[in-house]
Design a protein around this ligand. Structure first.
Ligand SMILES: C[S@@+](CC[C@H](N)C(=O)[O-])C[C@H]1O[C@@H](n2cnc3c(N)ncnc32)[C@H](O)[C@@H]1O
Length: 254
């Protein structure tokens, strides 16, 4: 799964936001950075590139992701960690970053409380959440294509998880319940570019948790081909581009 995620979605969908998040991090000049839900290390690689002198600890709940990240960006410390139970002592980091991870945490206020605990006084939390599904052209097309192929029981992953947490007042409530006063919450719109609609289809179908939902609905070579064709019909042939939106939320420990 990490391979398909990285090959088909890493550069097209996640890197542009990683560049933005690392740029925000660089402006803060932190000495010690903790990354949560690092996945295949898109943000980690950018942190190393933009902040070569910072000490970075990159973590993820999934040990396969941590192993993938360690191979890809060996110059940082890698550790398996649940964002709701961070294995670090109080006040260990100047900055905690988390790109497209918070939506996956069952108890978001608890994860924010853990972030607050491991931050130094005045330390910053920067996290990115997905916006509404219809503001992300690639992911809306992936959902529409999967729903066209499995119309009786469309997969729910994309609308429910990556795009199921974008109510700004709820996001702010969770951050403040974790003891982190909000600094800013900004919509960031970026034009995504991918090699092809078929490549995106492979990424979403085989490289995300949508895979398990499609497998349960009988995904095979023929239905995967149909999803690719439907995405091509929606997005076009050859290299494709489309608008993507996300919310970047910054908060500061007291
Ligand atoms: C959509 S990926 C984002 C990966 C990466 N940050 C990026 O932008 O490409 C979500 C990640 O959240 C991780 N994750 C899910 N629940 C988690 C938890 N409770 N604690 C830490 N990581 C978690 C998953 O293993 C997955 O790698």
């Amino acid at each position: 799964m990490p391979d398909a995620y990285q090959r088909h979605l890493g550069e097209a969908v996640f890197r542009p936001y990683a560049v933005d998040l690392a740029r925000r991090a660089a402006e803060l000049r932190p000495a010690r950075i903790l990354e949560l839900a690092a996945g295949t290390a898109e943000v980690t690689a950018e942190l190393v590139r933009q902040l070569p002198d910072a000490q970075v600890v990159a973590t993820d709940l999934n040990s396969a992701m941590v192993e993938y990240g360690r191979q890809r960006v060996p110059g940082v410390e890698w550790q398996v960690a649940d964002a709701e139970r961070l294995p670090f002592v109080d006040g260990s980091f100047d900055l905690v970053v988390c790109q497209f991870g918070v939506m996956f945490f069952p108890d978001k206020a608890r994860a924010h409380a853990e972030v607050e605990r491991v931050l130094t006084a005045g330390g910053r939390s920067s996290s990115t959440c997905g916006g509404p599904l219809d503001t992300h052209v690639f992911q809306a097309a992936a959902q529409a294509a999967a729903a066209a192929v499995f119309p009786d029981d469309p997969p729910t992953f994309l609308p429910a998880v990556p795009h199921g947490y974008h109510d700004v007042s709820v996001i702010i409530d969770h951050i403040e319940a974790g003891g982190l006063p909000l600094v800013s919450c900004q919509e960031v719109v970026i034009e995504g570019r991918a090699a092809s609609a078929a490549s995106l289809a492979e990424g979403y179908c085989l490289g995300t948790p949508m895979f398990a939902q499609l497998e349960a609905r009988g995904l095979d070579e023929a239905s995967l081909r149909s999803i690719k064709e439907e995405m091509e019909r929606l997005l076009g042939d050859g290299p494709v581009s489309g608008s993507m939106s996300a919310l970047v939320v910054e908060a500061e420990a007291a």
